[in-house]
Design a protein around this ligand. Structure first.
Ligand code: SF4
Length: 444
């Protein structure tokens, strides 16, 4: 219903808290587009980067989220027709965003090929320019590859992927309806110290680079001054950051609660765990990836099972309630081996501690730029067999499995090239599932 969507837009706007004063009227108002839902977009640091760069220069902007529960084709801030905006700034973080952008352009009757379009002018950036440079460049009028910190919006185009020396994004706006609630996000590092062979993030963002500590402290002070009590520290693994103890101490002194994106089994220590507990963290999130030590070593995760078990015991001693463990299904072509090694490792944990153990498992997708790019994309039957064995053999563990279809979407959107677009679009007109599944089979 139209009025329900409009009421939701108003309600979401009323509940937002800004840290830069947004300007929505004036000359050349730009539309910042997130091809995904409001709750994901408002918590996305790439999207927040675009907001803060325009807001800090007093340049007017409006926002648009491709959200089925918001008014279709109307801007979020002022309710204007989105086709009235001359320039759209678009961050494409994930394959899902690229697919949503295609669907959005088709729905609005906007030509997909940037070379055939004068208006709107699409300025496209984000991780998808690394994952699928051909398709993102084809869609864009202004294509920006790599990290834009320190140069965007003065520079709108760059063909080659580069990382930045000066960066450090924090929330420009927070919302209780964002996926992290009204947590103020502060980036503390980019890149990663590890070399996981399947990891697109490492391939794109390279070695670990730290945000200057004073920059992190200023962001925390800003949040505190504005009455925020929850802060979320963002890095590939917060425990890899050498001065993370100082930051966590500071959050405690400021009287804040904290959350962290993810922690590395190799670098998480008792002191960091203690500080996290003091900041109200109840659950530790760790990337395990596979149950077998040798396979982990080959993947670039060189820690023994005992290390994870020791962390679980320490977590229980310190009063944590649970562990959230990330696994990848389909890492080897043998579902029985994948499942039985995960079962053996998880049993070592659940027989030693009474923590709430949650396993969140994605499907292995071979990504561009990673050493495993040529590895086969797992068959659905193999993934289901692995998951059925896990469920059968383990009680007392909660599983969340990424739907196989989501992995197919990632696989297809990371490899779709402009020459295939017209056939893909024809199938998309029948149904999204038809298009994705057909191309997933073709691309194997
Ligand atoms: S630790 Fe995480 S971010 Fe770093 S390389 Fe491995 S998977 Fe990638």
């Amino acid at each position: 219903m139209k009025w329900e969507k409009e009421a939701r837009r108003q309600r979401l706007k009323n509940h937002e808290k800004w840290f830069h004063r947004p300007l929505h009227y004036g000359e050349d108002v730009e539309l910042i587009v997130f091809p995904g839902t409001y709750s994901v977009g408002v918590a996305n640091l790439g999207f927040q980067f675009l907001l803060s760069e325009l807001a800090s220069r007093n340049r007017p902007f409006d926002r648009y989220f491709a959200d089925p529960l918001l008014p279709e084709d109307r801007s979020f801030d002022t309710g204007r027709d989105i086709k009235d905006f001359r320039r759209w700034d678009i961050t494409l973080s994930y394959e899902e965003n690229l697919l949503e952008l295609l669907k959005m352009l088709l729905r609005l009757g906007i030509p997909l090929n940037g070379a055939e379009r004068d208006f709107p002018l699409l300025n496209i950036g984000g991780a998808m320019t690394y994952v699928n440079p051909q398709l993102t460049a084809y869609l864009a009028n202004e294509y920006f590859a790599g990290e834009a910190d320190g140069i965007w919006p003065e520079v709108r185009q760059r063909e080659t992927w580069k990382v930045s020396d000066h960066f450090g994004v924090h929330s420009s706006v927070i919302s209780p309806e964002g996926v992290f609630g009204d947590t103020f996000l502060v980036e503390v590092a980019r890149g990663c110290v590890w070399q996981c062979k399947f990891c697109l993030y490492k391939a794109a963002y390279g070695k670990l680079r730290l945000v200057p500590l004073d920059h992190v402290f200023s962001a925390m002070a800003l949040a505190r001054e504005r009455g925020v009590t929850k802060i979320g520290f963002v890095a590939a693994n917060v425990s890899d950051v050498p001065w993370i103890h100082e930051v966590l101490e500071k959050a405690y002194v400021l009287g804040m609660k904290a959350s962290v994106s993810s922690l590395a089994v190799e670098t998480l220590d008792g002191d960091t765990m203690l500080l996290l507990r003091r900041l109200g963290v109840q659950q530790l999130t760790l990337g395990v990836e596979h149950g077998d030590e040798g396979t982990r070593l080959r993947l670039g995760k060189p820690y023994p099972d005992d290390r994870l078990v020791e962390l679980a015991i320490k977590a229980q001693e310190l009063g944590f309630r649970g562990l959230k463990l990330y696994f990848i299904n389909g890492v080897t072509p043998d579902p029985e081996f994948n499942a039985s090694s995960a079962v053996a490792l998880l049993k070592k944990i659940v027989t030693r501690v009474h923590l709430d153990v949650k396993v969140s498992a994605s499907v292995f997708v071979p990504k561009r730029g990673t050493p495993l790019f040529d590895a086969p994309f797992p068959e659905q039957d193999a993934i289901e067999a692995e998951r059925n064995l896990l469920r059968k053999e383990l009680t007392g563990v909660t599983f969340t499995f990424e739907p196989y279809y989501e992995a197919q979407k990632e696989f297809v959107m990371s490899r779709l090239i402009p020459e295939q677009l017209s056939a893909f679009v024809d199938l998309l007109a029948v149904s999204e599932k038809k298009a994705v599944r057909t191309f997933a089979e073709l691309m194997r």
